[in-house]
Design a protein around this ligand. Structure first.
Ligand code: ROI
Length: 158
């Protein structure tokens, strides 16, 4: 089994409820075991003019292959009414594979570690609740190093 970290985000249709429903769906994924989830965090959208986001990170142990996990996450997004209208648009639910064990994955549908995670407080601070303080990413960077570059400012722990 590999340990995977999944970023959750929502800024439409009762975001806290969307995240709680999604966490329950993640806990029920086949061939996987629940490890835990961070608190929920609220922050402004990185793109102006959108509602605030609620974000969290979940940890699972899984025997699913990366693309099978991605398919399962997209099915959960779709179940919760995700409509893919515009890239970066507001969404009922976004599920991103942040880290997949130690793997570096570079496929058209899936890049891991997730592209933007290194600079996003709403990913790094929840992730830091789930991993040891000396956690090292597949590319050698430490989580602490990323946190040092990424102010907590603007993030509200719910
Ligand atoms: N902003 C926040 N705070 N949280 C998100 O999950 C998020 N996701 C996005 C954009 C629009 C970039 N901004 C975000 O895709």
């Amino acid at each position: 089994m590999e340990t995977v970290y999944i970023g959750l985000g929502s800024n439409l249709a009762a975001p806290e409820q969307q995240l709680r429903q999604a966490l329950a769906a993640l806990a029920a994924l086949p061939d996987s075991h629940w490890i835990g989830a961070s608190a929920l965090y609220s922050s402004e959208s990185l793109l102006p003019g959108q509602p605030r986001y609620t974000n969290a990170v979940a940890a699972l142990a899984t025997d699913l292959a990366p693309l099978a996990l991605l398919d399962a996450l997209q099915a959960i997004e779709n179940d919760q009414g995700r409509e893919r209208l515009e890239r970066w648009g507001p969404r009922t639910l976004d599920l991103d594979i942040l880290l997949f064990g130690e793997r570096v994955i570079d496929e058209p549908r899936l890049k891991v570690p997730h592209y933007h995670m290194q600079a996003r407080a709403f990913v790094l601070y929840p992730l830091a609740e789930l991993v040891p303080a000396d956690f090292v990413l597949a590319d050698g960077r430490t989580l602490q190093g990323l946190l040092d570059e990424c102010p907590f400012e603007g993030l509200q722990r719910l």
